[in-house]
Design a binder for this molecule. Sequence first.
Ligand SMILES: [Zn+2]
Ligand SMILES: [Zn+2]
Length: 127
Amino acid sequence: MGLANCPECGKLFVQNASGLCPSCYEIEEFEELKIVDFLREKGKASIEEICNATGVKEKTVLRMMKRGRFKGDFEITRPCETCGVQISEGRLCGKCSKNILEQVKHSETKKTEEERSGTRMYTKDFK
Ligand SMILES: [Zn+2]
Ligand SMILES: [Zn+2]
């Protein structure tokens, strides 16, 4: 157990499982209850909806999610970092993570493909 600066208020505190100083942890526990109440009503919500409805900071919601606070009980969605579609896990939606995988594969085979078919441009229509 060492000392750390609280990521919320910057105060020095003895490190614990929550990663927050005791006073911020108290606030966070309270905020968590608010979120749980909200989720109980909605069943499923995006981080944005949670922030708007409860006034809890997005950063805080993300930290709670990282700790697995709502896992299994509720579904919290967040926008995919690439296309903005609401997803419940990870940083990218299935489509975008597949695209990235394909891009990796593509760049590996790019050379031979370019030789075969010339440089082709693919146009994607984004919403
Ligand atoms: Zn603090
Ligand atoms: Zn996406």
